[in-house]
Design a protein around this ligand. Sequence first.
Ligand code: ADP
Ligand code: MG
Length: 393
Amino acid sequence: MEGPRDPDLGSLLAAARGSYRRTFGADPKIAASAPGRVNLIGEHTDYNQGFVLPMALRMYTVIVGSPREDKIISIVTTAEEAEDPKKVQFPVPGEGLVLKPGEPRWANYVKGVVQHYKAGPLPGFNAVITSSVPLGAGLSSSASLEVATYTFLQQLCPDDRDPVAKALVCQKAEHTFAMMPCGIMDQFISVMGTEGHALLLDCRSLETCLVPLADPNVLVLITNSNVRHTLTGSEYPTRRHQCEEAAKVLGKPSLREATMTDLEKVKGLLSEEVYRRARHVIGEIERTTRAVEALKSRDYQTFGQLMVESHNSLRDDYEVSCPELDELVSAAMEIPEVYGSRMTGGGFGGCTVTLLESGAAEKVLRHIKEKYSGKATFYFSTPSGGAKAHPLP
Ligand code: ADP
Ligand code: MG
């Protein structure tokens, strides 16, 4: 059987297997991985039925494990950032037994997928989770955990292998067990990511289109601000509600159906803030379709310009940036070989994504390090493939 082509994934699997042996005293029989992601453009558009353009990263959540005779699920995470306890046991749902979210919170992502998994009956199992996706950095460690879990369960108890249904079950787990009313992007890209390609996803029709991104002359740089501002926690649901409110006033099912001209016509009926939220979303959906055309024709200048416009709109209209992300984007844009840079993910901290000429990598890192008031972490990544099962010897 072919081993993983990605050296990072290989060492991650080896670490997970070692940890499993130490915890459960035997070798695991099955393994699965699912990548984190970075969104190149199309931010806060997914729950507005719009377009997004993520790519899967060479950062993965890995789960290794084995079925057990009883109906108990025992899972361990090796993630230091996950809250204690790091080992959790719960029963296999079914026959009137329904799992509920609880403590520790990290286990809810696994529990949610187990609860909503379509095929059955599932056996009990032991499993260890290891990840190279930083937790809570906006690179979607949560979706990679859900999708890795689902891919693991597919080996324990095969389902119909429908990738869309798979992503939707993982999203449902996040909604109902992690209580995060997220869109569909993160789970989709973690399931459907493809080597050397970004993925254009139409969040209304759920249609996808691969866009090649394998030019050795350009690099995607992810810069982690290493800050995460915990605000009231209601920012995300509030933005969602504001978008719904704007769509309602526009008489549209979602902001996807609205144009800037439509929006200008109802401006007087919206609060100034709701108007700006809608302006971001409508503009961002348009920018994303233009960015795809630019990427297809390797017009990185235009792509980069759209990234910066996206950032400015997220900062000024959607108000989900923060001084650290603004600083990182400004620093990157001071280098002429940088095409574009923007915050990525939900906002209020986390990461920026930057497109640059390959030759300027060192120079860009040096400059950002010098200019950024905090301590940044950098990752370069080419687009990786999606979730996989890994046959073990
Ligand atoms: P992001 O998805 O951007 O990384 P989220 O807040 O959506 O941020 O998800 C992070 C949460 O997901 C963590 O706090 C933890 O509860 C859970 N999680 C992700 N990866 C792991 C892991 N390897 N082990 C345990 N929990 C994890
Ligand atoms: Mg997440």
